[in-house]
Design a binder for this molecule. Structure first.
Ligand code: COA
Length: 158
C-alpha cells in the first residue's frame, strides 16, 4: 500500500439489499442505463474504509471460460494511492477462484492513465471495438482533450 491510506480498505462482495455505489460507478461509466444493464448479470465488490465505499468493481461472466471487469472506480479523494491496483488484483483472484481462464477489461481510446495501469497489471491489448462510444452513448464524451470513440479491450490470461 502506498502512503495515503492510514487503514487498508477491505474489499468484499456487495450484499443483497445494500445501496449500490452509483456515485463511484458513474465515475467509470457515465450511463446509468448501461450500468443497470450489466449489474444484474454481475458480481459487485466494494472497497470499504470503515463502512464507507471508496472503491468498486463489477465482474461479469462472459461464458464458462471468460469474465470481464465491466466497471472499476476509486473515490477521487483516494485515487493514486494503489487502490485501483488492489481492486484489479482482487478481481484477478476472484475470477481465478471462479474457474475463469481469462479476464477482460475495456477502456476508451482516450483513457491513457487506465491503459498504463491495466498493462502494468498484466492485461494486454486484444481488440478494438471501433466507434463503440459513438454508437452507445447519446452525447459526445471527451477525456484528456480527445473524443472517446473506440473501446479498447485488454485481456489477462489467468
Ligand atoms: N502514465 C503512466 N502511468 C499512469 C498514468 C499515466 N498517464 N496514469 C496512471 N498511471 C499508473 C500510475 O503510475 C500507477 O501505477 P504505478 O503505481 O505502478 O506507478 C497506476 O496507474 C495507478 O494506480 P492506482 O493508484 O492503484 O490507481 P487508482 O487507485 O487511482 O485507480 C482508477 C485507478 C482508474 C480506477 C481510478 O483512477 C478511477 O476511478 N478513475 C475514474 C474512473 C475510471 O476511469 N475507471 C476506469 C474506466 S475504464
Amino acid at each position: 500500500m502506498q502512503p495515503g491510506f492510514q487503514e487498508k480498505p477491505t474489499i468484499r462482495l456487495l450484499r443483497h439489499g445494500e445501496a449500490v455505489p452509483y456515485g463511484l460507478l458513474l465515475l467509470a461509466d457515465p450511463s446509468r442505463e448501461m450500468i443497470d444493464s450489466y449489474l444484474p448479470l454481475s458480481e459487485t465488490r466494494v472497497a470499504l474504509l470503515g463502512d464507507r465505499p471508496v472503491g468498486v468493481y463489477v465482474l461479469m461472466p462472459l461464458g464458462k471460460e471468460a469474465a470481464e471487469i465491466k466497471n472499476i472506480a476509486v473515490d477521487p479523494m483516494h485515487q493514486g494511492k494503489g487502490l485501483g491496483k488492489l481492486l484489479l488484483a482482487d478481481a484477478t483472484e476472484a475470477a481465478k477462484k471462479s474457474g475463469f481462464k481469462t479476464l477482460a477489461i475495456g477502456t476508451a481510446n482516450t483513457s491513457v492513465g487506465q491503459l498504463c495501469l491495466y498493462q502494468k497489471q498484466g492485461f494486454e491489448l486484444d481488440s478494438i471495438n471501433k466507434g463503440f462510444y459513438l454508437r452507445h452513448y447519446p452525447a459526445p464524451l471527451f477525456e484528456n482533450g480527445m473524443q472517446c470513440k473506440h473501446l479498447l479491450m485488454l485481456v489477462k490470461q489467468l
